[in-house]
Design a protein around this ligand. Structure first.
Ligand SMILES: Nc1ccn([C@@H]2O[C@H](COP(=O)(O)OP(=O)(O)OC[C@H](O)CO)[C@@H](O)[C@H]2O)c(=O)n1
Length: 477
């Protein structure tokens, strides 16, 4: 066809494009033969179905709703850590604290595009090949080059062929799975201190549903587990077994999972042991790290218990310093009790913690670097960092210090957390979103709380399962 009239390099490009169309068809028919669904292929997936699904999702999605903060009730208990008495051995040092994380990669649905290199070539292809009108997935229709459709939806195609067009792309750059507070234990159902039912055995079924849903979606690049992998009521001699059981479920996910510490992890196991068990991608025994799944985004995972009275050996200087800090801030003999503390001061309880000085300085360096690279940053922490997004009693001790650093830059777009099981969402005075994720532990049998977040250049879209609310988080790119 027209390709014969083109200069050699252009016809070669055209040939590659056409060959890719054939190749995709082959992949699709192999999939079909293997019992896979032909509908998942970008060739055969009716774009309008995607559009309908997206419209439905959008209708369910509350647009940037701000949840009011609610204060926790004042309650006391006999001992700061009732799960394990003070006589239980303190955290022991781990001789092999950390290992590099070997990330497995998500199964990619679409083959990589051919090496079309110049805009001129694409322009030729655009005019030479047949045009077809398609929906972009957000209600608009465009006439597009039929030969390039095999590379994915129109917006994906635009994204791979022109970096600039990314800015207006309506397909996510990538998506990732989220789940918080699994708090698994092989014990009968119980209740929280405030009387909310907790389903210790069922929580692992929530995780199983999360993993199989993410795998079926084919486009979830990685997942983030927001801490409290097992519950403090898990018998101490079963802690390792329980953590491994939960990790085995995460292993079934077709991608890497990034973990962080929660208070319940630290009730059961020493920090060093956890860093290696959770395969945190650090080369020391630090439990904070960052990673960048694409050039436009950077994720920062904080250790919210770096400065805390939990997880460090009893004779460790941090334990002494944290106890002194609590002594000054909380007059109750039971340091887990926020009784008598007012407003955000209710956060000064033993089941919370803070980010230490070294970590603060590391955070500053990462944000500086991210700003220089013009990356959007997503902060992840077990503890919430905005009073509008959680109960005051669930906040990080020094969330104000962390946010003071964040506000020196414009790169942080959202902070995600767990810990406050009912969940919440707020947008702070600097336009940063704070989303506290609903807990898997508090899902009655048959219900779920997990989700995935679609990442765009100018927004994040949390698509949640039943108890996890959909949330659209828009920001200045
Ligand atoms: N008002 C309270 C709340 C809790 N405690 C005791 O503190 C320990 C940890 O509480 P727990 O509810 O198990 O912690 P989670 O991480 O699951 O949940 C987060 C918080 O509830 C934040 O909202 C436990 O021993 C409780 O009994 C307390 O004494 N007073």
């Amino acid at each position: 066809m027209a390709a014969t009239l083109l200069p050699h390099s252009l016809s070669a490009d055209l040939e590659v494009a056409l060959r890719w169309e054939g190749r995709w068809k082959k992949i699709a028919s192999h999939r079909q033969a293997a019992g896979g669904s032909r509908a998942t292929s970008p060739i055969h997936h009716p774009v309008s179905v995607l559009a309908r699904r997206r419209r439905r999702r959008r209708r369910r999605s509350p647009s940037c709703e701000v949840a009011p903060a609610s204060a926790a009730s004042s309650l006391t208990v006999e001992h700061p850590n009732p799960y394990h008495p003070p006589s239980s051995p303190a955290a022991s040092a781990d001789p092999h604290p950390s290992h590099h994380h070997h990330a497995r990669h998500a199964i990619r649905l679409h083959p990589s595009p051919p090496p079309c290199t110049t805009a001129v070539i694409r322009l030729f292809l655009f005019f030479l090949l047949h045009k077809k009108e398609v929906e972009t997935g957000v209600g608009e229709r465009r006439r597009v080059d039929k030969a390039l459709l095999p590379f994915g939806s129109i917006t994906e195609m635009m994204a791979v062929t022109n970096g600039v067009i990314h800015a207006s792309s309506r397909e996510p750059l990538f998506s990732f799975g989220v789940i918080a507070d699994v708090q698994y234990a092989d014990i009968p159902d119980g209740r929280s201190f405030l009387g909310v039912p907790r389903y210790y055995r069922h929580s692992i079924s929530v995780l199983q549903r999360a993993v199989s849903t993410w795998n079926k979606q084919h486009n979830i690049k990685f997942s983030i587990n927001f801490g409290d992998i097992i519950d403090g009521y898990c018998p101490k001699d079963k802690s390792l077994w329980a953590v491994q059981k939960v990790l085995d479920e995460f292993e079934k996910f077709d991608g890497p999972t990034y973990h962080m510490f929660g208070n319940h992890c630290l009730y059961n196991l020493p920090r060093g042991k956890l860093v290696s068990l959770l395969k945190m991608p650090t080369d020391s025994d630090r439990a904070y790290y960052d990673f960048s799944p694409c050039p436009e985004y950077r994720f920062v995972v904080l250790d919210a218990y770096d400065f805390s009275a939990l997880g460090w050996p009893r004779d460790h200087p941090v334990t002494a310093e944290a106890m002194k800090f609590l002594e000054e801030k909380n007059p109750n003999s039971d340091k887990n009790s926020p009784d008598g503390l007012v407003g955000v001061d209710r956060r000064f309880v033993m089941f919370n913690g803070g980010v230490g000085k070294e970590q603060l300085s590391w955070l500053n360096d990462v944000l500086q670097d991210a700003s220089a690279r013009r990356q959007n940053v997503i902060l992840c922490s077990h503890l919430p960092m905005d009073p509008g997004s959680a109960s005051f009693a669930a906040l990080m001790w020094n969330y104000d210090e962390v946010m003071a650093i964040v506000r020196q830059y414009k790169c942080v777009k959202a902070c995600f957390a767990g810990h406050d099981h009912k969940g919440g969402h707020s947008v702070d005075s600097h336009g940063v979103h704070h989303r506290t994720l609903e807990a898997a532990l508090e899902c009655p049998p048959g219900t779920s709380a997990f989700g995935h977040i679609e990442v765009y250049p100018d927004k994040l879209l949390l698509v949640g399962s039943d108890k996890m609310a959909d949330t659209e988080m828009c920001f200045e790119p």
